[in-house]
Ligand binder design. Structure first.
Ligand SMILES: Nc1nc2c(ncn2[C@@H]2O[C@H](COP(=O)(O)OP(=O)(O)O)[C@@H](O)[C@H]2O)c(=O)[nH]1
Ligand SMILES: [Mg+2]
Ligand SMILES: [Zn+2]
Length: 277
């Protein structure tokens, strides 16, 4: 019996990676009966002679679209132009992945399309997120990104056209992924099939995931959502369990009015908790 990680799944065949070796395995009937389906990302015990998956180790987390597990980092790709930067979408992605126990890492693209004035504005935004404790990069910093992601299991997320495939190609030109809008439409069609795959590049397991933006924030409690807004934590409000909404003497709201907390962050937060449980 060996232990490895599922790196690819096409219909009922799972490719399990053990050290440098790949094994094409099937899942035992017992999984089907128990309603437990192996996922790409699962750490499994398998029989390398019969090519059967015997056991699935407990998952650190699990995503539905794409169906993957045990993700360490979500590399959130945000273009600053074409499509324009949406801080709403960015905060939504940060909160969504943080709620699944995944570290958000931010990467901004297409800074070359900005005027000098716009660039200054974006740099201010990047600085704010950095101060929160997140790793923040631009797609010019491939070496730094690679160093940060080394040894991790990573999903790429971001709007269509944000530059996900382009970034992966920069990381590993041999992947030769299609980029641009027309090929994106084709790529999407391909990815709606039940094919999930991690690329193993430069010691990073990374999945390019066009459909990944639909994590459900609303299944979490308002408190859990609140706690993903890291900048709120240093403020003490009059009410002990303040939701920073309509409460009296709310230090977070005051900090927002003073400009210590980014206005868009606070507005997005209010929007998210209104949907939360
Ligand atoms: N100007 C500029 N264009 C970029 C940059 N990164 C990607 N693009 C272009 O943006 C388009 C969409 O990129 P793509 O990688 O397919 O985005 P995806 O949908 O997120 O995979 C393509 O035409 C790329 O050539 C960048 O940093 N600057
Ligand atoms: Mg793409
Ligand atoms: Zn408060």
């Amino acid at each position: 019996m060996l232990k490895g990680m599922i790196v690819k799944n096409i219909s009922d065949t799972y490719t399990v990676k053990e050290n440098k070796n790949l094994y094409e395995c099937k899942a035992r009937g017992k999984f089907r009966n128990s309603g437990l389906t192996p996922l790409v990302g699962d750490i499994v015990e398998f029989d390398p002679e019969q090519n059967y998956i015997l056991d699935i180790k407990e998952r650190k987390n699990e995503l539905a679209r794409p169906s993957v597990s045990n993700i360490d980092i979500a590399l959130i790709i945000s273009s600053v132009k074409k499509p324009d930067l949406s801080l709403y979408l960015l905060d939504k992605q940060i909160t969504s992945v943080a709620l699944e126990n995944i570290e958000p890492v931010l990467c901004f693209t297409k800074l070359d399309l900005l005027s000098r004035k716009e660039l200054k504005e974006i740099k201010k935004i990047m600085k704010y997120y950095k101060k929160l404790g997140y790793a923040v990069f631009t797609n010019w910093q491939i070496k730094k990104i690679l160093k940060y992601l080394k040894g991790k299991t990573v999903v790429l997320t971001g709007q269509t056209g944000a530059g996900k495939s382009s970034l992966l190609n920069l990381i590993s030109p041999s992947l030769n992924l299609k980029t641009g809008e027309i090929s994106e439409a084709l790529g999407r069609g391909r990815h709606t099939t039940r094919h999930t795959e991690f690329f193993f590049v430069k010691n990073i397991l990374i999945a390019d995931t066009p459909g990944f933006s639909s994590l459900d924030i609303n299944k979490h409690t308002k408190e859990e959502i609140r706690d993903t807004f890291l900048e709120f934590k240093k403020y003490t409000c009059e009410f002990k369990n303040c939701m920073h909404d309509k409460e009296q003497n709310c230090a977070v709201r005051e900090a927002c009015e003073k400009g210590e907390i980014m206005k868009s962050r606070y507005e997005n937060y209010c929007n998210f908790i209104r949907g939360g449980k």
